[in-house]
Design a protein around this ligand. Structure first.
Ligand SMILES: *Cc1c(COP(=O)(O)O)cnc(C)c1O
Length: 458
């Protein structure tokens, strides 16, 4: 039997959560059109919709909130953040942004021209969209193992260097303005990237004179995986590993809503002074002055403190192992999940869980709905509702290979008891899974339909 990870903190402020009676959940779900995005958060017992912006801040961060200096220019919190960015990442040039996608928007608007191609292990949806909106094409060059549900590869987020070289020497010749690498690979299940792979991609980039950047949202979780899975790092601190990782890149974008341990915030850092000058000009135009970038002084302070706290080995080890604990409990109960478990979420294979429901009837969404009906738990569908496409000429529907539900774990928010409750609820659903039926779409808009679609049980 797996053992729960033990929280390396005690609780000082509590936020009540309520489990409504089953009949009430049934009627709330019906009102929400069987789409959990449309539920009110207050009607949810355990909310695993996302790990983004949902972290609990520490007493040190809350104390920092009271140290907010709300001067328009040159507030003290900016200089604290500057010290942190230098100490943690070794970068001098950076700007704060209100969240990650603002950093992407500013960077890509500066360097991407129509016809450009941008490789990544796997682009996050806002990253890909920001590249497309500037006329570029995002391409995913993750290793093939990333697409295997039960692979045991320790670094499923690695980029395939052969695929990259083939692109740079082939159709991408002269058309690649930047190479990105997402640590950990969110769209691929929170899978880590090895130090060896970072070095190898950096060498290829340097050989071609192309800037190499991280999409760095989960840098500390990635560093923890390097420490525990890659030879030569078992004695290194998380801070040392992070420093080394960032020594190989020319810049990075970051949503601090993940490993920054804050509810809002982002960063954009580059080595190139001239590029930084242009970034500062654009920042002023769309986010705010260079020393606040769309955030209040107090937010800068919370981010500065969060970026240091996340390096604590006790914290990050608990974090990754708490997510793994949930995965292990499901595996032990015969529920098929994507392995190895990534840094921030557990993904359940809905095709295996509900083999009697065809993809045309949204098995993953059926499981998401039942998880709320059974236990007041919110998860998110990553399957046909999110990704199925219709061929405009033939009208034929193309279904995604993977049909999953994602249980994303907010940082420092839920205890192991909550995760046991989630596991027990899923195990109960599994024991009567043959009773679950499929769903149909009643109303949907084309793009990103999963956010707003209305569904009904068949
Ligand atoms: C969350 C995320 C982003 C976008 O950040 P926001 O703060 O949501 O704008 C970009 N890349 C990755 C890998 C992410 O997880």
């Amino acid at each position: 039997m797996s053992q729960p990870a033990i929280e390396p903190y005690r609780i000082k402020a509590v936020e009540p959560i309520v489990l409504h009676p089953p009949e009430m959940r049934v009627s709330l779900m019906e009102q929400a059109g069987y789409n959990t995005f449309k539920l009110k958060a207050q009607d949810i017992f355990v909310d695993l919709l996302t790990d983004s912006g949902t972290s609990a801040m520490s007493m040190n961060q809350w104390a920092g909130i009271m140290m907010g200096d709300e001067s328009y220019a040159g507030c003290r919190n900016f200089f604290n953040l500057q010290d942190t960015v230098m100490d943690v990442f070794g970068f001098e040039n950076f700007v704060p942004t209100h969240q990650g996608r603002a950093a992407e928007n500013i960077l890509f608007s500066m360097i991407i021209k129509p016809g450009h191609i941008v490789p990544n292990n796997m682009h996050f949806d806002t990253t890909g969209a920001n590249i497309r909106s500037n006329g570029g094409t995002p391409v995913n060059l993750v290793i093939d193992e990333s697409y295997e549900v039960s692979s045991t590869h320790p670094f499923k987020g690695n980029m395939d260097p052969n695929k990259l070289t083939a692109l740079l020497d082939g159709e991408g010749k002269g058309k690649v303005p930047i190479i990105m690498h997402t640590i950990t690979n969110n769209s691929g299940g929170g899978q880590p990237v090895s130090m060896a792979n970072i070095k190898e991609i950096a060498n290829i980039a340097r050989g071609k004179g192309i800037p190499f950047f991280f999409d760095a949202c989960r840098f500390a979780e990635n560093a923890y995986f390097i420490r525990t899975r890659e030879e030569g790092y078992a004695q290194s601190s998380i801070a040392e590993i992070v420093k080394e990782m960032f020594s190989y890149v020319d810049g990075w974008t970051m949503s601090a809503k993940k490993d920054g341990l804050v509810n809002i915030g982002g960063l954009l850092a580059v080595k190139d002074d001239e590029l930084m000058g242009n970034i500062r000009d654009t920042l002023i135009l769309i986010e705010g002055y260079v020393t606040y970038g769309g955030l209040a002084g107090r937010d800068l302070e919370a981010m500065s403190r969060g970026l240091r706290e996340v390096l604590d080995l006790d914290y990050v080890s608990f974090r990754v192992n708490q997510v793994k604990y949930l995965g292990d409990r499901l595996t032990e109960a015969g529920i098929q999940i994507i392995t190895p478990v990534g840094g921030h979420a557990v993904y359940i294979n809905a095709k295996d869980f509900l083999p009697h429901i065809p993809q045309s009837e949204f098995p993953a969404q059926a499981l998401v709905c039942d998880l709320y009906l059974e236990g007041g738990i919110r998860a998110v569908e990553v399957g046909s509702l999110m990704f199925a496409t219709t061929n405009p000429e033939t009208g034929e529907v193309v279904y995604p290979e993977l049909e999953m539900i994602r249980l994303a774990i907010p940082r420092r928010v839920y205890t192991s008891t909550h995760l046991d409750y989630v596991a027990d609820t899923l195990i109960r659903i599994k024991s009567k899974s043959h009773q679950l039926g499929g769903y149909k779409i009643v109303k949907a808009n084309g793009l990103l339909r999963h956010f707003t679609a209305e569904m009904a049980p068949l």
